[in-house]
Design a protein around this ligand. Structure first.
Ligand code: G3I
Length: 350
């Protein structure tokens, strides 16, 4: 009756854990996670800003607990993430006298960070999101300090450093909107270039922040097959299916209480998820899993970005304080129709 058992012959099924979950502050939660899932990712605790906030200072208590928990429960750990434009402290990019750090200084800091973090968990982390979100939806490079200050080879350098620090760990490129044709084609081109240079990359992570009917199955399967054809493992790394509309008239990060006029429209399910919406969400999850199971030869993991509808980042994104229902489990950790729909697709695994 668990996701990890049902999909055992297909792929790992993972979840992301926030700091409160990892610290075991929510009674029963970790037992539930150990039963249901075969992989874990730290939602934030291994990001540069959290694990290496000041030069030479590493905060490893929460990441260490995550890795021990996973080992005790025979789960794979996914390290998230080494090189990202976001959640990286300013000092990383600064040089003498407030000038931008030189290529050499920044590469040295990148290597030191990767050596220390990947080296600490060598043999205990199954795979790392080495580079996160380097390409925009239109296929152009995302402007970032990594790229501006190191140059276009920052991606390949990160993979080489990670491989040196743990030669057996899988190494991934991870990004969102990976079904957008422009981004898809650019990622394929980038990976082919890395492969031609002998850069050690083992997989591609499609984050998977989806909605009902979004992406279309046409775009989803085209992307899966494009990445699969590179001969790499393909993973869904941050899956959720929001049931809420995008708030066109509110700024990202605004609080929903500031939406005086159309608050109900923007936050319609505060009393619970209506049956027809739960059904539509279940259908979307089922369609996604059907295509993933059909590609079990190269799909190696599906990770949900959270455990249940409670304490889920989608309640606060893109605006704060809504009641979203993006997961397979409701706020009381009870399975939703989406859970049953996903479990039914596991028939394709045996
Ligand atoms: O823990 C502090 C709390 O002490 C403080 O009072 C509060 C005030 O804002 O902030 C809390 O930290 C927040 C943290 O989540 C924990 O909830 C941060 O502000 C907030 O920025 C952070 O958001 C995370 C976001 O990445 C930004 O890094 C989300 O939890 C996390 O789900 C999200 O995950 C990303 C992936 O790493 C990459 N792909 C996209 C995905 C969703 O944005």
């Amino acid at each position: 009756d668990t996701l990890r058992d049902a999909f055992d012959q297909c792929f790992l099924v993972g979840t992301a854990l926030n700091r409160w979950f990892i610290a075991d502050e929510v009674p029963g939660l970790l037992d539930f996670v150990g039963d249901q899932f075969s992989a874990v990712t730290a939602e934030n605790a291994m990001k540069w800003g959290r694990i290496h906030p000041e030069e030479g200072q590493y905060a490893v208590a929460i990441p260490d607990r995550l890795v021990s928990f996973a080992q005790a429960n025979d789960m794979a750990v996914v390290g998230h993430t080494l090189v990202w434009h976001s959640q990286t402290p300013d000092w990383v990019f600064e040089g003498e006298g407030g000038q931008p750090a030189s290529r050499e200084l920044l590469l040295g800091r990148m290597k030191d960070h990767i050596d220390t973090v990947v080296g600490r968990y060598r043999g205990r982390v199954h795979g790392w999101d080495v580079v996160n979100e380097a390409i925009l939806d239109d296929g152009s490079w995302r402007p970032s300090k990594w790229r501006e200050q190191i140059g276009p080879d920052f991606v390949e350098q990160a993979f080489r450093f990670a491989h040196e620090a743990d030669p057996k760990a899988e190494l991934y490129y991870n990004d969102y909107n990976m079904t957008a044709p422009g981004k898809r084609d650019a990622v394929v081109a980038m990976v082919k270039d890395l492969q031609a240079k002998g850069v050690p990359i083992s997989g591609i992570g499609m984050q998977g922040h989806f909605g009902i009917g979004r992406p279309s199955m046409e775009d989803f399967t085209a992307a899966l097959d494009a990445y699969g054809s590179l001969g790499l493992k393909v993973m869904i790394t941050e899956l959720d299916v929001t049931v809420l509309p995008w708030p066109e008239n509110l700024a990202v990060g605004a609080d929903i209480s500031s939406a005086a006029e159309n608050r109900e429209e923007l936050d319609p399910y505060t009393d619970g998820l209506p049956e027809e919406v739960a059904r539509a969400q279940a259908d979307q999850y089922a369609a996604l899993f059907r295509e993933l199971v059909a590609r079990k030869d190269f799909v190696s993991r599906v990770t949900f970005w959270g455990v249940s509808d409670a304490d889920n980042w989608k309640n606060n994104f893109p605006v704060r304080g809504r009641t979203d229902h993006p997961m397979l489990f409701d706020r009381d950790l009870q399975p939703k129709p989406a859970f049953d729909a996903v479990m039914a697709e596991a028939k394709g695994c045996s």
